[in-house]
Write a protein that binds this ligand. Structure first.
Ligand code: TRP
Length: 328
């Protein structure tokens, strides 16, 4: 069997550069690699595990789907879905998987504990089950590779544990999925601290940003005098150099590093060039998106097509599990 790779994105608005580099761009390369079968999903059911707005969820999920197409994912080569289109199968599998995990194990997850602190009034069963739903997303396609950030490792650990237990107890053949690191796995914040995030104001560049907006955002990112004995490894300058590496290549980065320890970096020039390089990469995506938006019927058709394609695999897995558990 081919290596199946599944990427998932929560529908928290359109993609930013962090999502693009951290997951989507790496997947794009895999899409054309015959060794891999690529699947993408917009995980709208996950969005319901924390406070959310039902009025806008559907549109947000569709927005991410369109971004997937705009960055070059091909519905023919990959299976691209909105999770809730397979809600009957995925939530069903998630329930079956939850029969082999203890409450204590789930309560100890750092991701769960963080959410409890963030939303103390919403500590629901659904929240506790978040990793089980994610395990179902992955295992329903028997995906063995998942391109996610390091923060998701505890969730993958759960998915592996569940797979192992289901295999042991019911004689199934789930692979134990592992994390797949992509080149731009860690995309830093523009503010010099932490990672790029939609929820931190001023930290991210959106795929929809104009060149002007990118220039303005980069202007605000912190720098120093531009010169010193050692190139900083954290903070604003380190982050800018990381962006240079991601968008202009490792040679450009080395060039600036040499400048830093000799005649000095002029950040005005660095930022202008960087803005141009970033915009050059996202401009075709914006053009493709504008074109797609002119054709809503095509998008509807692709959403349906992805769901039908994935349903074949997902339905088969659920059948196998039901049979093995004495429910089929
Ligand atoms: N928990 C993931 C995140 O926050 C989102 C997600 C849900 C996911 N299901 C998935 C990612 C399946 C990859 C595969 O980023």
């Amino acid at each position: 069997m081919k290596n199946r790779v599944l990427a998932g994105m929560r529908p928290t608005g359109r993609l930013h550069l962090g999502n693009y580099l951290g997951s989507a761009k790496g997947m794009l390369a895999l899409q054309d690699n015959p060794e891999f079968e690529t699947l993408f999903t917009v995980v709208d059911i996950h969005a319901t595990t924390t406070p959310y707005d039902p009025e806008t969820l559907k549109a947000s999920a569709r927005d991410v789907f369109i971004d997937y197409l705009a960055i070059g994912l091909d519905p023919e080569k990959s299976a691209i879905t909105i999770q809730s289109d397979l809600a009957d199968l995925i939530t069903q599998l998630s329930f079956y998987l939850s029969t082999v995990m203890t409450v204590a194990r789930m309560q100890h997850l750092p991701t769960y504990k963080d959410k409890v602190v963030q939303h103390p009034d919403n500590v629901t069963m659904a929240l506790l089950n978040y990793p089980m739903l994610m395990a179902a997303d992955i295992l329903i396609y028997k995906a063995s590779k998942v391109p996610v950030g390091i923060d998701q490792e505890p969730h993958l650990e759960i998915a592996r544990e569940v797979a192992r237990k289901m295999n042991e107890q019911f004689g199934l053949d789930f692979p134990e999925p592992t994390r797949f690191a992509t080149v731009g796995e860690y995309v830093p914040s523009l503010l010099g601290e932490g990672k790029m995030s939609k929820t931190v104001e001023g930290s991210s560049i959106e795929l929809s940003d104009s060149l002007d907006t990118i220039i303005k955002k980069l202007k605000r990112s912190p720098t120093d005098s531009g010169q010193g004995d050692v190139v900083p490894t954290e903070g604003g300058v380190a982050n800018l150099l990381k962006f240079v590496e991601l968008f202009e290549g490792v040679e450009s980065r080395k060039h600036y590093e040499t400048l830093y320890t000799s005649s000095g970096i002029r950040y005005g020039d660095l930022k202008k060039q960087l803005a141009d390089a970033i915009f050059a990469e996202i401009k075709p995506i914006q053009e493709k998106r504008a074109e797609l938006e002119k054709n809503p019927e095509y998008i509807d058709k692709m959403i349906k097509f992805g769901a039908e394609k994935s349903r074949v695999i997902a339905g088969q897995t659920v059948l196998e599990v039901r049979k093995a558990m004495g429910l089929g």
